[in-house]
Design a protein around this ligand. Structure first.
Ligand code: ADE
Length: 232
């Protein structure tokens, strides 16, 4: 799966692409991420990419020309793959990303262009012109789409086949509508608190039952709304 990110802040992606699971997924070619600097596509003599909004108001709006240039370049880069390309704009206006959307995207066999806005947003005509879908990562406002695009790529890439160890996806939070059970590792005792004995019993059946009960207990405690949804 290929991601091309369009941004004014390329440097925000270096650590993301060079750390932990994402770094490994890129090295193993399970996914690729390319960053295009929107500023390269401005024709303005001062290299400006944003201007005040027509009609007045606060802040600056990213203008059509550089955005269209960057999108066209990204489309051209992906054209040889002959795969469907989806253009997503990270925006607080979008559909809120959740676990089932992430699975759907990971299974989609499409390539993605991720447009990161900054300042007060982008010229609406770009969204219409390229039939862009908007994705939000939550009901709050960030200063730009860069972190949101990283959240999006992180949660999708880890679901691509071969990225995580086999089995690690089956029991995690949200996958079966419940939160994950509590986990423990060495040492056996920490400040007087011991690991539940059942986990040392070697009885896999009993451990599985215990973990299932714990999952339900934790979900009731932290996210009772998930249990209500599950009952419906
Ligand atoms: N850009 C600004 N706020 C955002 C959000 N909540 N989700 C995605 N992109 C954004």
């Amino acid at each position: 799966m290929k991601f091309i990110v369009l941004t004014l802040f390329e440097n925000m992606f270096y650590e993301f692409m060079n750390t932990s699971m994402i770094k490994r997924a890129l090295e193993k070619e399970k996914a690729s991420i390319k960053i295009l600097d929107i500023r390269k596509f401005t024709k303005d003599k001062h290299h400006r990419t944003d201007f005040p909004p027509y009609g007045g108001g606060n802040g600056m709006i990213m203008s059509c020309e550089p955005l269209a240039g960057a999108i066209d370049e990204a489309l051209e880069m992906l054209a040889k793959d002959q795969k469907e390309v989806k253009i997503l704009y990270l925006s607080p206006r979008g559909k809120v990303l959740n676990d089932s959307m992430a699975h759907e995207i990971a299974n989609s066999d499409k390539n993605y262009i991720l447009l990161c806005g900054h300042y007060e947003g982008i010229d609406e005509r770009i969204i219409e012109e390229y039939q862009i879908e908007e994705i939000s990562i939550g009901n709050y406002v960030l200063t730009g789409g860069e972190l949101a695009s990283q959240v999006f790529m992180d949660c999708v890439i880890r679901l691509l086949p071969g990225v995580l160890a086999d089995g690690s996806l089956t029991e995690e939070s949200h996958t079966n509508g419940l939160l994950e059970y509590p986990q423990y590792t060495k040492p056996y005792e920490f400040r007087g608190k011991k690991v539940p004995d059942i986990l040392l019993s070697g009885n896999h059946q009993k451990i599985a039952e215990y973990r299932q009960q714990e999952s339900i207990r934790i979900t009731k405690k932290y996210r009772p709304d998930l249990l209500e949804k599950k009952d419906k």
